[in-house]
Ligand binder design. Sequence first.
Ligand code: PAF
Length: 287
Amino acid sequence: MNTVKTVRELRAAVARARGEGKRIGFVPTMGNLHSGHAALVTKAAQRADFVVASIFVNPLQFGVNEDLANYPRTLAADQTRLLEAGCNLLFAPTVDEMYPDGTAAQTRVSVLQLSEGLCGASRPGHFEGVATVVNKLFNMVQPDLAVFGEKDYQQLAVIRAMVRDLNMPIQVFGEPTVRAEDGLALSSRNGYLTADERAVAPVVYRTLTQLADGLRRGRRDYPALLAEGKAQLQAAGLRTDYLEVRHAVSLQPAQIDDRDLVILLAAYLGSTRLIDNLYLQLQEPSA
Ligand code: PAF
């Protein structure tokens, strides 16, 4: 696996693979890779002949008080993990390579509606930063397909909409969240948790599964159901940012007769913001 740092080297390597008739798969990341990322690369390798991964901690998607400076950078370990997962080429550009005229001058891509609310409400500008960098990376790599984790459910919806709205000839695949044995969704930010916080963190997934059970049993009193979930999180010492039941595709607030649902959650455990979600399809009511 080669690592390249410039767009010129990236394009040359991808052109060589394409010249050999290879189908190009792409997995964009911010590094500090865990088995969830490895699963994305493995999936890309199953669907493509040549897999490109990128590692770029994108300043455009971090708010002023967020963890850009402290975001873990672990290039050597990431290279080993990518190689083992079947990656053929790593693109690891500098900020100057990605934004040669600076981030302020950068043209932006906004995916309206889907970027509003949920993480978009607590992280203003975040999805514009994500859509912009993913658009740039797509233009640089020009992949046939790209693979993203379903853990970032709203991000995946935003990227799918961008690809559709801007007629990009790229197939987007979502891959299920990889979890620790106790249910905690793998995330680079889990590394910020203290040992005590890590012991408490599985309450996030437990809460989601309990709410999903309630919905499957026929509960549709969303406000009361969600209040129970928030109380459980609070009792465990978490501060809920949002906990919502939404339509799984439109991400609009769920209506009583919606069957295709996603429960989305963001909560602070100490200073760490954890996000997770659970998709569920309810049975049609019998006639
Ligand atoms: O999910 C991530 O790691 C990032 O948001 C992405 C898609 C690589 C864009 O910077």
